[in-house]
Design a protein around this ligand. Structure first.
Ligand code: GDP
Ligand code: IMO
Ligand code: MG
Length: 422
């Protein structure tokens, strides 16, 4: 079998957690391949709501195997909180969750470095989630990182050496901090981590594929936050695109199957950086209010705007998306008109190609359509869709040249409509 990959096509928070949970019954194994506790993946079912950070969203459906892959960066403190919170609500994961020994550890000093670097950037700050993501990936690439497997041998020496490097940087930045309590909690959390299966996940996953087991890889963040192809430097520090699943799990490109690209019927962004279709008026406020657009990790208000097809086409291209999933269409249920950005105007010239830099002066070129003005949240079948909504879906499919296979009409697991299932 192959690994199917599900990933965000916008600036994150597209609804990945919800859809992974919906798709889980079709798979034997669910994996995370990049990112870390900067992610907040929300799932709602049977009146309960869960927000997952580092743990795959496949843990709630019928005893599936879940793996945190080598490409993930793991904070033992936040992982412990997440796992203990789930255990308290009746979801003990110790036997169902395995962690790659090659995943990198977020150290207490990584979190402090994240804050120090942001402070040093001043107005040019990225608006990170403050979880130490950038500094941890920096150490990985500069070959100074600490990996999960290190907790099993020679840990003290490696930890002391990495911490010393961080202390020197923080001293150079003149950044004051207190690490005592945080470090104590972190070291205790490492002991908790050891209770889980710490595995060579690349061997395990490839063996499972040979045994005809099906694997779903759950992306974090979104393509426009990818370190290579996103709106650099306002990005995260990992490859959020499909290729990241190969590197973050140790599977060859020929072992990738379907690539599910997920997007909102409009667009949001949290943190700093360009966002060509951002709305600063009451329409944007309405999207934010109805869509409850507040970050699941930091609680920050998400910036809202119309769907951006220039960015979406680019995201589909760099990921090789084979199926699309549209989320939160219900948020637009009461809008009189719907707009979609089909081109950017830059220095008076129109382009449909996503540019090197999306600077502040990019002007979106919109097409406008009639809204459907119908409550779709209780619909369960495609044939109940209003005409104007079908027109919006057909327009998007024509523009994007990839079929929209799933439409989500509410946050609950049940509010999901699969189209043309054969
Ligand atoms: P993720 O990071 O991609 O998993 O997305 P988040 O969980 O951060 O943000 C998506 C938010 O939208 C969550 O609060 C979900 O409960 C909610 N959500 C998901 N799908 C829908 C939908 O179709 N309609 C509405 N109204 N909310 C949704
Ligand atoms: P999920 O998986 C939305 C954003 C941050 C910031 C930038 C860099 O829930 O979709 P980082 O802490 O990664 O160094 O921050 O990326 N960001 C996200 N935005 N959803 C996420 O994850 C995000 N993870 C990071 O707001 O702009
Ligand atoms: Mg999120």
């Amino acid at each position: 079998m192959k690994v199917d990959v599900l990933l965000g096509l916008q600036w994150g928070d597209e609804g990945k957690g919800k859809v992974v949970d919906v798709l889980t019954p079709k798979y034997d194994v669910i994996t995370r391949f990049q990112g870390g506790p900067n992610a907040g993946h929300t799932l709602e079912f049977e009146g309960e709501k869960y927000v997952l950070r580092s743990i795959p969203s496949g843990i709630f459906q019928g005893g599936k195997m879940n793996i945190i892959g080598n490409g993930v960066v793991l904070d033992p403190i936040l992982f412990r909180k997440e796992a203990e919170g789930l255990a308290a609500s009746g979801h003990d994961l110790t036997q169902r969750l395995s962690i790659s020994k090659k995943a990198h550890l977020i150290m207490p000093t990584h979190r402090i470095l994240d804050a120090a670097y942001e402070a040093a950037k001043g107005v040019a700050k990225i608006g990170t989630t403050g979880k130490g993501i950038g500094p941890t990936y920096t150490d990985k690439v500069s070959r100074n990182g600490l990996r999960v497997g290190d907790v099993l041998h020679g840990f003290d020496e490696k930890y002391a050496a990495a911490k010393k490097k961080h202390e020197a940087i923080l001293c150079g930045l003149n950044y004051t901090y207190d690490i005592v309590e945080l470090e104590k909690e972190w070291l205790e959390a490492l002991e908790f981590l050891k209770r889980f299966n710490l595995i060579d996940s690349e061997h395990v996953i490839n063996t499972l594929l040979k045994e005809e087991k099906s694997v779903l890889a759950e992306g974090a963040q979104g393509t426009m936050l990818d370190v290579d192809f996103g709106s650099y430097p306002f990005v995260t520090s990992s490859n959020t695109i499909c290729a990241g699943a190969c590197a973050g799990l140790g599977v060859g490109p020929r072992n990738i199957g379907e690539v599910f690209g997920i997007f909102k019927a409009y667009c949001t962004r949290v943190g700093a950086g360009p966002f060509p279709t951002e709305l600063f008026d009451e329409t944007g406020e309405k999207m934010c209010k109805i869509g409850n657009e507040f970050g699941s990790v930091t609680g920050r208000q998400r910036r809202c705007g119309w769907i951006d097809l220039v960015a979406l086409k680019y995201a589909i291209m760099v990921n090789g998306v084979s199926q699309l999933i549209m989320m939160k269409s219900d948020v637009l249920d009461t809008f009189d008109t719907i707009k979609a950005c089909v081109a950017y105007k830059m220095d008076g010239v129109e382009t449909e190609e996503f540019p090197f830099d999306i600077c502040e002066t990019v002007e979106p070129v919109y097409v406008e359509m009639a809204g459907w003005k119908t409550d779709m949240t209780k619909m369960t079948l495609e044939n109940e869709f209003p005409e104007e909504f079908n027109a919006y879906v057909s327009f998007l499919e024509d523009e994007l040249c990839v079929p929209i296979k799933i439409i989500s009409v509410g946050p609950d697991r049940a509010q999901t409509i699969v189209r043309d299932e054969d």
